[in-house]
Design a protein around this ligand. Structure first.
Ligand code: HEC
Length: 254
């Protein structure tokens, strides 16, 4: 990228207070109080965060199961998407294959284990799932077999941030899509907007009430020329505490 474009951003970043540096980690602000000082890790093995059905469970089913358990409903089972899985009634077990919260009562979990009560271990006619895949599916059912991680389980597992902060967008520099992270210490009215380098308002990305916690706002700037831009977060906590305003630079390179 042209080095000239980099200069202003480096300058701007060095002018920002150190505490406003790119310290907002994606893993979440987990310092402070917590279940036995547990710190959320980026390693999947020790990651206590709830299972996300689409990215963690359906991907396994697509690769290993949906070839047979497609719309034909082989053995009463269609594993092509969330609704199909939840509605599947197996012909051998004679009941729904998922019992939310009860992996041991769920035919689907029984069938991926080495010695199912009925028939063969799934996937039939090929290697079993890995222990990690089996555990992912068990955990998903155990958590209630939800289509997406429930907000309450996220809230109890990810501690609430102890400060309101606007993070550095990532990736940065970007073309043309990026994500702006911010965290709220308490429920607040927020406004997130982008500006050009002359301070002209270009677009409002968020305007409304947001709960405490981590947030990520996607942004695509395909229609704008390369250059340095600013994004600003205005936060007005609903509990009446003092509002804040934070601005950061970002750089679009086409
Ligand atoms: C090669 C085809 C094939 C693949 C791949 C396959 N299955 Fe099956 N599945 C079958 C057949 C055939 C049966 C019925 C006979 C049996 O249980 O062995 C069955 C039965 C089942 C049942 C029992 C339903 C009932 O009550 O009758 C479940 C649950 C199941 N499969 C889940 C899965 C899951 C989960 C996967 C992926 C990890 C998978 N299957 C992969 C062919 C397949």
């Amino acid at each position: 990228m042209p080095i000239l474009l980099l200069m202003p951003i480096l300058l701007l970043q060095s002018l920002l207070p150190a505490s406003a540096g790119a310290q907002v980690t994606r893993a979440g602000q987990v310092k402070g109080q917590g279940q036995s000082g547990q710190v959320q890790s980026t390693h999947p093995q020790s990651d206590p965060s709830p299972i996300d059905y689409e990215t963690q469970v359906q991907t396994i089913l697509n690769q290993r199961c949906a070839g047979c358990h497609n719309n034909n409903g082989l053995s009463g089972v269609r594993l092509i998407n969330y609704n199909a899985v939840m509605a599947s009634q197996g012909s051998q077990y004679g009941r729904l294959i998922i019992e939310p919260g009860e992996p041991d009562q769920s035919p689907l979990y029984d069938k991926i284990n080495p010695n199912p009560d009925k028939g063969n271990q799934m996937p039939s006619a090929s290697n079993p799932l890995t222990a990690e895949q089996i555990e992912t599916i068990r955990q998903w059912i155990d958590e209630g077999a939800l289509p997406e991680p429930s907000p309450t389980s996220i809230a109890t597992q990810q501690e609430l941030p102890n400060r309101t902060q606007l993070g550095q967008n990532f990736p940065n520099p970007f073309n043309p899509a990026t994500v702006i992270p911010f965290s709220l210490q308490s429920t607040a009215r927020v406004q997130l907007a982008i500006f050009d380098i002359h301070g002209r308002h270009l677009q409002t990305l968020e305007a409304g009430t947001k709960p405490a916690g981590q947030h990520e706002t996607p942004l695509t700037m395909a229609q704008y020329p390369s250059g340095l831009y600013l994004y600003r977060l205005d936060v007005q906590p609903l509990d009446g505490s003092t509002g804040t305003q934070q601005t950061r630079p970002m750089i679009l390179v086409k």
